[in-house]
Design a protein around this ligand. Structure first.
Ligand code: TYM
Length: 327
């Protein structure tokens, strides 16, 4: 069985991009793999957070994990800061990474743009992410396309250490989907759908009510051609909506094109609204059932215990191979 690891930041507004790019894969993968799914609160504090809200958002993501179908009997679900190995390994990996390669990370460049000073945590964010992955001898990392550069860095660091010291880490592979790997903003299909965009209609959040879903999709930017055709370069808005349609319904782009031949964007969007509502309804219902339950806390405590067992073994190997501490 392959080991799978992935994480989501508890920063609110988990949206269709997160779901279709990453979370949906989490559920599929747990059938045949040993899966570990983390709520990465230590990554969240690389930008300012309100402590009270952060605590709530951690439980929001945990409840969403279970609501979309992650089964704690099959997968480990836990909060990053509950397992000390993440921060510990993060430091060791910092000592094996270069400021040059971290300066080239596009996410860092974007997030630090127009700021007088950027936090060091924001700069070393990808190193902590590498630590998350390497701590569990991970084979596969299901993520959206925006994480490609971070996965490459993680592989580079692992290979660098394996070459320099005794073989210490498994070198992981990213797993990216065809439809959903990069869901774009509904109001501007040249930007990716994001949790932090000011316009709420730029995204559909998993917990949005039916009216909000309808409004956001019906308002989505398209073009004036009036033809449903997948063509990212010339029709980015329509292609984005088709990707969402395809990922939620399982229909291929060709089948969608055939189905809507001769129809306008209105009919297509109305159907997409319904498909989205139908897909999110059971998630929302399950979420409401477990969000404030003792069960959720139990799952996270048990998950942290199981994750820590694996992490301790890796850290013992890291200390041994690096000559840290005493025997
Ligand atoms: P986060 O919380 O920003 O995003 C969670 C997941 O959602 C994917 N994603 C998208 N996929 C498609 N279209 C979009 N518009 C879109 N927006 C976000 C992200 O690619 C991600 O898979 N750095 C990670 C968190 C992390 C992590 C890890 C992931 C920390 N440690 C270790 C994997 C392994 C992140 O950006 O999460």
């Amino acid at each position: 069985m392959a080991r799978v690891f992935s994480g989501v930041q508890p920063t609110g507004n988990i949206h269709l991009g997160n779901y279709l790019g990453a979370l949906k894969q989490f559920v599929e993968l747990q059938e045949d793999n040993e899966c570990i799914y983390c709520i990465v609160d230590e990554h969240a504090i690389t930008v300012p957070q309100d402590p009270k809200e952060l605590r709530e958002h951690i439980l929001d993501v945990a409840a969403l994990y279970l609501a979309i179908g992650i089964d704690p009997k099959k997968s480990i679900v836990f909060v990053q800061s509950q397992v000390s190995g993440h921060a510990e390994l993060g430091w060791v990996l910092c000592c094996q990474s270069y400021t040059g390669e971290l300066s080239r990370m596009t996410q860092f460049k974007d997030k630090s743009k127009n700021k007088e000073s950027a936090g060091t945590g924001l700069f070393t964010y990808p190193v902590l992410m590498a630590a998350d992955i390497l701590l569990y001898d991970t084979d596969i990392v299901p993520v959206g396309n925006d994480q490609k550069q971070h996965i490459e860095l993680c592989r580079d660091i692992a290979q660098r250490i394996n070459n320099k010291y005794k073989k210490t880490f498994v070198v992981p592979e990213g797993r990216f989907l065809k439809a959903g790997a990069r869901v774009m903003a509904l109001d501007d299909p040249t930007k990716k759908m994001s949790k932090s965009a000011e316009n709420v209609h730029s995204r559909v959040s998993l917990l949005d009510d039916e009216n909000k879903i309808k409004k956001s999709i019906m308002k989505a930017t398209t073009d004036s051609e009036g033809v449903i055709r997948y063509d990212v370069e010339n029709k980015p808005g329509v292609s984005n909506l088709m990707s969402i349609y395809s990922a939620l319904s399982g229909m291929s782009f060709e089948d969608i094109e055939k189905k809507y031949e001769g129809c306008g964007y209105g009919d297509f969007k109305k159907d997409l609204v319904q498909i989205t509502i139908d897909a999110l309804k059971p998630i929302k219902e399950r979420y409401e059932e477990i969000r404030h339950s003792d069960y959720l806390i139990e799952v996270l405590k048990d998950g942290a215990r199981r994750a820590d067992e694996i992490a301790q073994k890796t850290m013992a190997r890291v200390r041994e191979n690096f000559g840290l501490g005493i025997k």
